[in-house]
Structure formats: C-alpha cells, structure tokens
Design a protein around this ligand. Sequence first.
Ligand code: GAR
Length: 191
Amino acid sequence: MKHIAILASGSGTNAENISRYFADCNEICVAVVLSNNSKAGVHERVGKLGIPSFVFTREEFAEGTVVLQKLAEYNVELVVLAGFMNKISDVLLNAYPNKIINIHPSLLPKYGGKSMYGMHVHEAVVAAGEKETGITIHFLNDQYDKGDVIFQTSCPVYPSDTPEEVAMRVHGLEYTYYPQVIRNLLSRDHL
Ligand code: GAR
C-alpha cells in the first residue's frame, strides 16, 4: 500500500474527494492529513472517513522537522497539497524530491504567485475578461507556483460568469483530474 499525505488549510473539498477516490483502493490510500489551521473544514471532512488529521504551526511548517517526523510515522511516499496556504520548508523539499505536488486553480504561469490563491485567482480571471481558465498540477519547488508542470486542462469562461461560477467549474476539473494524476504518479516505478 502506498501512502499519501494531504496538506490543506481550508474547506478541504479536494482532500475529501481524493480520500473518497482511494477509499476502496488496495494499492493507494490517504494515510494522514496535515494542516496549519485547526479551524479548517478539512478536519471534519476527512475525520468522517476515518483519516487522522494533525495541526502544525506556521513556524513548524517553516522549520520542517516535526512535520517530516509525522510523514515518516505514516510511511508517506507522496505529499499532496490541496488548498495549502503555507510555504513548504527546504527540509521537506529535500526529503521528498519530486514527491510533493500542488494544484493551482489557473493555467500557470497565468495568475500564479504568492497572493494568487483560491477566489483571488477567479476574481482576477473574470476581471481580465479571460475566455478560458483551468487547473495546473505541478511539482513543488522553492518558488511559488514555479515547479515543473505535470498536468494542465482548461475550461471556458463566459462573459456573464461571476468568480463564483468560474470557481465551481474549476473545482469540477480538480475533482475529476487530481486523483487520476496522483494515481498515475504513484504507478510510476520511481515512486
Ligand atoms: C482549490 O481550488 C485549489 O486549487 C486552491 O485552493 C482551493 C482549495 O479548495 N489552491 C490554491 O489556490 C493554491 N495556490 P478546497 O479546500 O475546497 O479543496
């Protein structure tokens, strides 16, 4: 069994979706969820599925050692960021080379960077009059939204769309493709 850890800071709909996708799988499972936010909805969502979740402070994530210990305790092979809003430390990046992935709700390099997350992205997309947007799944490196791209797919943005409507369409892509990309990565020999 290959173990995934999900890192999430907010509602956790992706974390729940990924956890459900692998719930009946004999080869891959979501072993643990880590967060920087004790009030995040993700705890209740995965708790209902029997998945343990833990909270670390911003400083602990920045330093990395105790987070790394928790990942080792759960034999984690792949770290999956799903709406995680803290920087990942070099300690973790070095311990999991090309084994930490992130999803971003735009077609990077468009609408990426430190202040571009969640609804801010969709508001910017609508304000710019974009005709399409989408998702990017990428390896993590030490710069925001700059790691090598693993997968991208797009969806239309209509002139009448609100940021909320765009967010719903993009979330739909995330729910369909993020679990599949994770499964494909873990099927590769090097992981
Ligand atoms: C997702 O849309 C994800 O792409 C985005 O946060 C949302 C989390 O939703 N991530 C970023 O913006 C990272 N820069 P969720 O908590 O419902 O899964």
